[in-house]
Write a protein that binds this ligand. Structure first.
Ligand code: HEC
Length: 331
């Protein structure tokens, strides 16, 4: 995990010292409007031609991310997190707020590839994946503050904006899910007060985590965006029972370095690749300790979900669910 966190902090610091160009402007008719954003032609994942400012930004609240479909480390995780935010916001996406993922590799990201990427993450309506002429896309990304010189250098912040008020700000897709959903809704001044009230209610409901298992927090933050335990394939396979199908060493190696295993033509890795065509399990920078915690956590969850249960166990679990631990073992 350290890699990701470091990169995340690196960019948080960069923003803090003023490297960001997109800042909250605060006033209506601000300079971050039609004069600022290029109104060039772009293409969405369905191959539709759009004017970038008029059709994508104008009068909208947008959540912008920067991706490329051949990315094998951190950006699929960003998209997966945003897919969770989309789920959380429900019908507001496409009505009150629009998601925009802009390719930073327009030479290779055709609408077709973006479409496959969107489908792999179950992106719903209200979420555009944008590509276009490389120079135009570069300019758009530059204006939005994405200025990496190479793909691998590419940072993973997201940009939130409200064109009507001229408020633009950076955030991270790794912010706690509820906080992020709230921040997005808070881009709408009318909803801000409402949201502030809600926080107080939510805080009152928070139950402290007293018995978090090793691996559990890591799983929730990093893996649950793409995998379920017992609820079917999501972006990647259902991990319930995976500890029975594969051996522990293979699992740990795969979690640490899926890219390397594919490159080495590991037969299982190759088979999985054929089955999950449009998105690859990213290399997430896990340590060996992280991997063994995760394997143990998966084993434990598999056991807990599949083992025959006594009534006492069920009652105990019901108690736990009320305590906020219901992520993976309820239906
Ligand atoms: C961005 C989405 C994504 C994230 C995040 C992710 N995975 Fe995956 N995972 C996949 C996909 C897709 C596959 C299917 C194989 C492939 O990528 O070629 C997969 C495959 C796997 C497999 C092999 C399953 C099998 O049937 O053998 C394991 C184990 C696994 N992931 C564990 C994890 C763990 C643990 C985490 C968190 C540390 C994680 N994954 C995070 C997308 C993801």
């Amino acid at each position: 995990m350290r890699n990701i966190l470091l990169r995340f902090f690196a960019c948080a610091v960069a923003v803090a010292v003023g490297a960001s160009v997109v800042q909250a402007a605060g006033t209506a008719g601000s300079r971050y409007g039609s004069d600022y954003f290029p109104n060039v032609d772009v293409l969405d994942q369905d191959g539709r031609k759009l004017k970038f400012y008029d059709d994508v930004i104008r009068d909208k609240i947008v959540l912008v991310s920067f991706i490329y479909t051949s990315c094998r480390d951190i950006c699929p995780l960003v998209t997966a997190r945003l897919a969770q935010v989309q789920e959380r916001l429900g019908s507001a996406v496409g009505r009150d707020v629009f998601f925009v993922s802009i390719s930073i590799d327009p030479e290779n990201d055709t609408p077709q590839r973006l479409k496959e990427h969107a489908e792999a993450f179950h992106a719903g309506p209200g979420w555009l994946f944008i590509t276009g002429r490389p120079d135009d896309i570069k300019l758009i990304n530059y204006k939005l503050g994405e200025r990496s010189r190479s793909l691998t250098e590419h940072r993973n912040e997201i940009v939130l904006g409200n064109d009507r008020t001229g408020d633009w700000a950076r955030d991270s897709a790794f912010t706690d899910m509820s906080v992020l959903a709230m921040t997005i809704q808070g881009m709408d001044p009318e909803k801000r007060r409402e949201a502030a009230r809600q926080v107080i209610v939510d805080q009152a409901k928070v139950v402290p985590d007293t018995d978090v298992l090793p691996g559990q927090a890591l799983y929730a933050r990093t893996c649950a965006a793409c995998h379920t335990l017992g609820k079917g394939a999501r972006v990647g396979p259902d991990l319930l029972g995976v500890t029975g199908r594969r051996d522990r060493a293979w699992l740990a190696n795969y979690m640490i370095a899926p890219e390397r295993m594919r490159a080495a033509h590991d037969p299982i890795a190759v088979e999985l690749m054929g089955k999950y065509k449009n998105v690859r399990m990213p290399t997430l920078g896990l340590s060996e300790n992280d991997a063994s915690d995760l394997v143990a956590y998966l084993e434990f969850q598999t056991y807990r979900i599949t083992a025959p249960k006594s009534e006492a166990t069920r009652a105990h679990e019901r108690g736990h669910q009320h305590g906020g631990h219901s992520h993976n073992h309820s239906h």
